[in-house]
Design a protein around this ligand. Structure first.
Ligand SMILES: NC(=O)c1ccc[n+]([C@@H]2O[C@H](COP(=O)([O-])OP(=O)(O)OC[C@H]3O[C@@H](n4cnc5c(N)ncnc54)[C@H](OP(=O)(O)O)[C@@H]3O)[C@@H](O)[C@H]2O)c1
Length: 315
């Protein structure tokens, strides 16, 4: 495994990390979730991402169980707040940040997280109230650092200019060969502000493994076929022209780079130095093994350029 610094923090995170969105919120059996987490730690993955809203607490509870008894200093734990936890609980008000962080810590069975992230921007809560509440959480030692996910650039800049509050160190955007847009503006601007990128769905929810083929039904054990998880997969990524292009890329990955397509797609994400970690999902431990190996893959830029050209109409 390799590690990179997370923005201006002193956190060193594995460049391949493990998330828990659809998978450990009920999408896969608990024993599979525990096996994935333990395999990840065995392979040197030290960064685990979750959110209070994943299964309304379920993913955090599963991680709390998976991580119980493991040296707390040996892994970097991140969670998030914003999306509704009940009809009356959502957003980034001071009251919600206090309440939701305490509830997350209880489920995660720890007295602190390393990174507490605002899952989206809250148009209802004043930004200074949110930033002050996050600053208090840092001062109390309940989180070491703070971050955001998918915030608009003007709000990122407003938070960075606010006096007397803790600075964000991380940004969590969607980023993959099928979703490259954050690299244009968000990456360079955040780099100037000491904010690193920890990117989600880096293999486009499994589409960039090449396991979905044009004209064939999705494999029975895949996310696309799963009753709840499949609903979150954009339908256009499963259309024949996209899948045909992905199969062309798979040939480049396997025959010319000597990698699986998922490793090739992860190496593409990690070619940008602003990316501190690619947050992968895994429904079984063998996927964790394959994806973790991407940390050591080198790919000629010319192969990436050809792959980008193939996908260009669909990005
Ligand atoms: N901030 C946000 O708003 C946000 C939003 C979404 C996600 N996230 C974070 O990002 C994490 C990752 O998202 P994601 O799960 O969509 O990531 P992903 O890594 O793009 O997709 C993961 C899924 O692809 C399939 N897969 C993974 N490796 C594979 C392999 N080697 N071979 C074949 N199939 C493979 C598995 O699904 P199947 O086996 O079921 O097909 C797996 O669950 C989340 O867990 C969460 O922590 C954040």
């Amino acid at each position: 495994m390799r590690y990179r610094q997370l923005g201006a923090s002193d956190l060193r995170v594995s460049i391949i990390s493990l998330g828990s969105w659809l998978t450990y919120s009920g999408g896969v059996e608990k024993h599979q979730a525990l096996a994935c987490v333990h395999k990840a730690l065995d392979l040197g993955i030290n960064f685990i991402d979750t959110a209070n809203v994943y299964g309304r607490g379920m993913a955090e509870s599963v991680l709390g169980e998976a991580l119980a008894g493991i040296d707390r200093g040996s892994y970097v734990l991140a969670t998030k707040v914003f999306f509704p936890m009940s009809d009356t609980d959502s957003g980034l008000s001071r009251a919600q940040i206090v309440k939701q962080l305490d509830a997350s810590l209880k489920r995660l069975r720890t007295d602190h997280v390393d990174l507490y992230q605002c899952h989206r921007f809250d148009e209802e809560a004043p930004l200074d109230e949110t930033m002050e509440a996050l600053t208090t959480a840092v001062r109390q030692g309940k989180t070491r650092y703070i971050g955001f996910s998918e915030w608009p650039l003007d709000k990122i800049e407003a938070a960075a200019k606010m006096p007397g509050v803790t600075r964000f160190v991380s940004s969590q955007p969607q980023y993959s060969m099928l979703w490259p847009s954050p690299q244009d503006e968000i990456f360079p601007r955040c780099a100037d502000l000491g904010v690193g990128q920890i990117v989600w769905s880096p293999i486009a929810q499994g589409v960039l493994t090449g396991k979905y083929t044009p004209g064939a039904p999705p494999p029975a054990d895949s996310r696309a076929r799963h009753a709840s998880m499949g609903a979150m997969l954009p339908k256009r990524w499963l259309e024949a022209p996209v899948l045909t292009a992905v199969q062309q890329m798979k040939l480049i990955a396997e025959k010319e780079a000597g990698l699986s397509l998922s490793q090739f797609a992860l190496a593409w994400v990690l070619r940008r130095r602003e990316v501190s970690s690619a947050i992968t999902g895994a429904s079984r431990a063998k996927q964790v093994i394959e994806n973790a190996a991407a940390a050591d893959c080198e790919v000629a830029p010319e192969l990436f350029a050809r792959a980008e050209e193939i996908l260009a109409p669909f990005r």
